[in-house]
Design a protein around this ligand. Structure first.
Ligand code: SF4
Length: 362
């Protein structure tokens, strides 16, 4: 394999005398990997990396968090969640505040952990907060299938699972979003396949490249984007062939479509996007807590200067938010982009962006 220095030199050659180019990654793991490896700082000045809606926790709206909190406060309920949801602020509170007040909120590392939780707590209703993209949705679906097969009747999902391709389509139809190419999410592509992104080149003529998560893999995907731009081409290249197939993981797709159907869902910062989420099919309604025991929540319009919505669309970088690093920091976050480990604001705060002065942090 060519070394990192050679890859960076190749990027510099390809970017030379080009206009300013904005390349967007749409995966929280890529966001963090790019910062960790220092790739932003070594790119030519005219190549800007911007982050899109790649953090599932960040794109989950306040209503969902408010509902999760409401359930957690109900007698006889246990809410099970991945740790990064705990501190995400809803419109008035957070799950961690509810937990401190006595709500039964448990951290799990896989939805499959909830099968044990349900078996050991048969007098309680266990709700798993199914937040994620195509990467994690098959495991949630497998959990529902396992619960059904074992006759477990006290395990439910509160679902906010989202699909990446419709969000990219939304961004490309939004005139405030300027993107010259997409670094596509390797983990999502493992499940849905590189071909699921073909509409980007065919309909929108946008260069796109599926990339892995090591520094070299990211650089190779960026080179593919720059080669396409240089040659006036738009393709979807698969630069993560060790794990991504053109057709994806067909077995995982089957499990997904067995349990879920596609639905219109709301994204933070983007509103309702048609066919961009998953809801449980009627035959699995007994595992959908919103159909078994719905809760009413009062919709509250939060008055805040948080610009997470624009950050998630790649319209601004976090440092353009007046609260960044001041009122909003990981230990007292105002918006979800500063809470999640994969949040763009948290990554900029932790690692610093090219325009970010470290002394501004304190
Ligand atoms: S820095 Fe904080 S307040 Fe500003 S956009 Fe990010 S999460 Fe929201």
């Amino acid at each position: 394999m060519i070394g990192k220095v050679e890859l960076v030199k190749k990027i510099a050659r390809l970017a030379k005398e080009k206009k300013k180019l904005r390349l967007m990654e749409v995966c929280g793991t890529h966001t963090v990997a790019i910062f960790r490896s220092g790739i932003r700082q070594i790119l030519p000045e005219n190549v800007e990396l911007v982050s899109g809606p790649g953090c599932p926790v960040c794109v989950t709206n306040d209503d969902y968090i408010d509902k999760a909190i409401e359930y957690s406060r109900k007698e006889g309920f246990i809410v099970a969640t991945f740790g990064d949801m705990l501190k995400v602020p809803g419109s008035r509170s957070s799950l961690s505040a509810a937990k401190a007040e006595g709500a039964d909120v448990r951290i799990v590392y896989s939805p499959l952990d909830c099968l044990k939780l349900a078996t050991e707590n048969q007098s309680k209703k266990i709700i798993f907060l199914a937040v994620g993209f195509e990467t994690t949705a098959p495991t949630a679906a497998a959990t529902v299938l396992a619960a059904k097969a074992r006759g477990i009747k006290n395990l439910f999902m509160l679902s906010a699972q989202k699909l990446v391709p419709p969000a990219l389509r939304f961004l490309l139809n939004d005139t405030s979003v300027k993107v010259d190419g997409f670094l596509l999410p390797g983990h999502v592509a493992v499940v849905i396949g590189a071909d699921a992104f073909k509409f980007l080149s065919e309909e929108f003529k946008i260069p796109s490249a599926v990339g892995g998560f090591e520094a070299e893999e990211i650089l190779i995907a960026l080179i593919s984007l720059l080669e396409q731009i240089d040659g006036g081409r738009a393709e979807v290249t698969n630069n993560y062939r060790s794990v991504v197939k053109a057709e994806g993981n067909v077995a995982a797709q089957k499990i997904l479509s067995q349990v879920y159907e596609v639905a219109d869902v709301e994204w933070r910062g983007m509103g309702m996007i048609p066919a961009s989420g998953l809801k449980m099919r009627d035959e699995f309604a007994a595992f959908d807590i919103e159909r078994v025991e719905p809760v009413e929540i009062e919709r509250i319009e939060k008055k805040t200067a948080c610009r997470c919505g624009e950050v998630l669309r790649g319209v601004i970088n976090p440092t353009a938010c007046p609260l960044f690093g001041k009122a909003c920091q990981p230990l007292h976050a105002i918006g979800p982009c500063m809470v999640s480990v994969e949040g763009v604001c948290a990554a900029w705060f932790k690692y610093g962006g090219s325009n970010f002065k470290w002394e501004e942090k304190f």
